[in-house]
Design a binder for this molecule. Structure first.
Ligand SMILES: Nc1ncnc2c1ncn2[C@@H]1O[C@H](COP(=O)(O)OP(=O)(O)OP(=O)(O)O)[C@@H](O)[C@H]1O
Length: 432
């Protein structure tokens, strides 16, 4: 198993960083030799004798202050529910995210994907309790300004602005004063193009009172405003929700290219990606009700499920299949479940969803995949603690100026304000 991870390591650019996962699930970083996933020996992955810490030559691997690796060990998050009982939301998770790679967190609704993202980003609600160790570049440190960005599940956008205005104001508010206005504008326009929004650049975002761009386009505007600064660590909560499959593929592939190009570490909670998008990810963290079902490369998940009797049918979407196996929200009708799983689980025809989750989580804990996660966490820790370099922010005066201007434009173009002040006709005149 150790030789498998070594074989797939490579060095992007001049960075001393050596990724623990390949940049592409089928090719190596040079894009030439395919990495033949089917050659992974299951026996070797499940061989407990391979439990050892890989020796790292002194100085061969180092964390770098311009990139961010994140590791989490024995991470628990719990909250007090309405009946004043504390319940665990995530239970003893281990994992890692590394520069230039995209880690997808998947699982049924309510399994703790957003909670894991929030814990890693240090933005958990005040009523929850967290234990365990989260290390940033091998150190327990807070993320400095501008080093990370978080695209939340809900789009928070000013509805009266156009797409171009929203992204340009965001660029002025976030990019440092060392960049000229034309450079900031160029970055904003590049990002808009990258997210395929060129065609609606001058369309108003719109809200409940006036229809503007579509929900999927709003999602992409939210991503634009967060990736403008090229953060070293990017959290995405459901980046593809509301997007059609083609748009989801393009958005994810562009985020992946950006991650590789900029050495960005990306962690995203993803709901049911298409087969094509699923195979784009470098890493997969599959959760079920707070526990890890699988953590590793997406192709290996198919092998892992198969080795436990859950063979993904030929030509079907692996993520659909995995989620169907581990979603017990609709488990009430036992008879129906048995019928459904008879079709899915040839090896264990009477298994229901709760048992399926138990089989998978226990099997994962004992597997070589879990050992490899621990080894990789250790590797990242051994690379030495490095503080993350702070990103320059624009001056306070500059921010005040941009915010005032944005607020003025917002008020000027907000029909409700003109209507309430009785100046509707003047507003129409101005717009014309
Ligand atoms: N601050 C909190 N207080 C109480 N319960 C919480 C809190 N945050 C999350 N939970 C609960 O934890 C569970 C997991 O929530 P979370 O939002 O992480 O799930 P998710 O996997 O992201 O779901 P979805 O895919 O539907 O967004 C839910 O049952 C939720 O109600």
């Amino acid at each position: 198993m150790a030789s498998q991870s070594t074989a797939t390591e490579s060095t992007p650019g001049a960075s001393p960083w050596r990724p623990l996962w390949p940049a592409d699930n089928t090719r190596n970083d040079a894009g030439t030799e395919p990495i033949i996933q089917s050659n992974i020996s299951l026996a070797s992955l499940f061989d407990l004798s391979s439990r050892r810490t890989t020796a790292i030559p002194n100085g061969a691997l180092q964390n770098d202050s311009s990139t961010i690796s994140v590791t989490w060990q024995d991470l628990w998050v719990s909250a007090v529910d309405n009946k004043r009982k504390r319940k665990s939301i995530i239970c003893g998770l281990n994992g890692f995210a590394q520069p230039g790679r995209v880690l997808a967190i998947m699982g049924p609704s309510g399994c703790g994907k957003s909670t894991l993202l929030d814990a890693l980003a240090g933005r958990l609600a005040s009523n929850v309790k967290q234990t365990g160790k989260i290390l940033i570049n091998g150190l327990e440190q807070k993320l400095a300004f501008g080093t990370s960005a978080y695209v939340t599940q809900d789009d928070v956008l000013i509805t009266t602005l156009t797409v171009k205005e929203a992204v340009c104001y965001s660029a002025q508010l976030q990019l440092p004063d060392t960049m000229s206005w034309s450079e900031k504008k160029e970055r904003a326009l590049d990002t808009i193009r990258e997210m395929g929004l060129e065609g609606v650049m001058d369309t108003r975002i719109g809200g409940w009172s006036s229809k503007g761009i579509s929900g999927g386009q709003k999602r992409r505007v939210s991503i634009c405003t967060e990736i403008l600064t090229r953060p070293k660590l990017l959290f995405l909560d459901e980046p593809t929700s509301g997007l059609d499959s083609a748009a989801a593929y393009h958005v994810m592939s562009r985020i992946i290219s950006l991650a590789k190009r900029e050495g960005m570490t990306v962690v995203g909670a993803i709901h049911q990606p298409s087969s094509e998008v699923f195979h784009l990810f470098h890493g997969l963290c599959l959760l079920a009700y707070g526990k890890t079902v699988f953590f590793g490369q997406p192709n290996e998940a198919i092998l892992f499920f198969a080795s436990n009797g859950f063979v993904c049918p030929h030509m079907s979407n692996p993520s659909d299949y995995f989620l169907r196996i581990i979603n017990k929200d609709f488990d009430k009708d036992e008879g129906e479940q048995h019928q459904q799983h008879k079709y899915d689980i040839e090896a264990q025809p009477t298994t229901n969803t709760t048992q399926a989750i138990e089989i998978l989580t226990t099997s994962f804990e004992l597997s070589g995949y879990s050992i490899r996660v621990s080894e990789n966490i250790e590797k990242l820790r051994f690379m030495g603690g490095v503080s993350v370099k702070k990103f320059d922010q624009p001056s306070f005066l500059n921010q005040c100026f941009v915010l005032t201007k944005r607020s003025f434009v917002n008020n000027l173009t907000c029909p409700e304000i003109w209507a309430t002040t009785g100046c509707a006709s003047l507003y129409t005149l101005l717009l014309e």
